[in-house]
Design a protein around this ligand. Structure first.
Ligand code: NAI
Ligand code: MG
Length: 337
């Protein structure tokens, strides 16, 4: 029995969470789901976007499923607080083509490993006389940790190339440290069995943004700092059918939190038309994290079949189905596999 904290959040968050739980119901695994609150509606009711209770529940769970929250400027970010409190220092964002989604390329399968605990997301900003400044915190420790995770992911995927993305020519000190840490770890790993064959290289972030569009196949696993990873993974989402398609995993040494890359999408909230794929694929990542690899691949296959058939897909994919229709189709398909 796995204890899972479920945080629906705001906007389409509760809609895609409901869809994911509907699908999870078909799995032969016992889950104890415990709902917790976060986000803007939580703030309106309780005065905080992220109650201590929610953090405590997530810490004491085997995994957490997070829908999406609406972030109002000035409010504390629920998701960034959770990432910090649970020390979820790695954000894994697969960019994978699925049939039926309007992809620029139909054969992409790369992974963006984003540092999740520091960088420009440290949120240390200050007004100055002229405007404002932001502090970009980069430590050797976090840079080494994220590079190790990236190596392990490259190894698991049987991939042959790991690329560091940075801007060390301009951000000489911060990205200088990130770059140095990356090569230190690379030297260490190049001596380990199994890792020797992983080719290692580096690309500046601006060039990486272009290559993702013109030559995405040159990338297999990318490791980068927090904000660059955030931006490049949305670009990656654009390559494989949009934000409705892309899941993510936030991983630390003790906890895992799984969420779609998209936000609360207020423009389509309440219309039952959100694409549940990103959330369901986040469940696939959660199952892998829990070691339930068999069910994970079955569920991924069910999503793939529904996308390929193309008869039960949401409007963003060119269909007319509702969120729950699509979830039902995935569930039916899963039960047939
Ligand atoms: P967004 O990801 O919510 O939406 C961007 C566009 O993609 C919208 O046109 C939306 O309709 C579409 N879209 C997103 N998910 C979709 C889905 N599952 N199916 C179909 N279409 C989908 O980003 P936006 O508009 O910049 O932010 C909206 C709110 O979400 C803001 O308050 C923002 O702060 C918050 N946000 C929260 C995140 C989180 O909870 N981790 C991440 C990103 C944004
Ligand atoms: Mg983003």
């Amino acid at each position: 029995m796995y204890k899972i904290t479920v945080i629906p959040g705001d906007g389409i968050g509760p809609e895609v969470i409901q869809a994911a739980l509907h699908v999870l119901d078909a799995l032969p695994i016992e889950f104890d789901f415990q709902e917790a609150r976060a986000g803007n509606s939580c703030f309106e009711d309780t005065g905080t976007t992220i109650p201590d209770e929610t953090i405590k529940m997530a810490k004491n769970s085997d995994a957490t499923l997070f829908g999406a929250v609406t972030t109002v400027p000035g409010q504390k970010s629920a998701i960034i607080t959770l990432r910090k409190e649970l020390d979820l220092y790695a954000n894994l964002r697969p960019v994978k083509s699925y049939p039926g989604a309007k992809s620029v390329y139909n054969d992409l399968d790369l992974l963006i490993v984003r540092e999740n605990s520091e960088g420009l997301y440290s949120g240390i900003e200050e007004y100055t006389l002229e405007g404002a400044t932001a502090l970009r915190v980069i430590t050797r420790k976090a840079s080494e940790k994220i590079t190790k995770i990236a190596f392990q992911e490259a190894y698991k995927r049987g991939n042959s190339r790991l690329t560091a993305v940075h801007k060390a020519n301009v951000l000489k000190k911060t990205d200088g440290i990130f770059r140095e840490s990356f090569w230190d770890v690379a030297n260490e790993y190049s001596r380990l069995d199994g890792y020797r064959n992983i080719e290692v290289d580096e690309v500046y972030v601006d060039a990486a943004a272009m290559f993702l569009i013109t030559k995405p196949h040159r990338f297999q696993v990318i490791v980068t700092t927090n904000l660059f990873g955030d931006i490049l993974s949305d670009e990656g989402a654009g390559l494989v059918g949009g934000l409705g398609m892309v899941p993510s995993a936030n991983i630390g040494d003790h906890n895992g939190l799984f969420e779609p890359v998209h936000g609360s999408a207020p423009d389509i909230a309440g219309k039952n038309m959100a694409n549940p794929t990103a959330m369901i694929l986040s469940v696939v990542l959660m199952l892998q994290f829990l070691g339930e690899n068999h069910e994970a691949s079955k569920l991924e296959k069910a999503v793939l079949n529904v996308l390929r058939e193309g008869t039960s897909i949401t409007p963003d994919l060119g269909g007319t189905s509702t969120t729950m229709d699509m979830a039902q189709a995935v569930k039916d398909n899963y039960q047939k596999i």
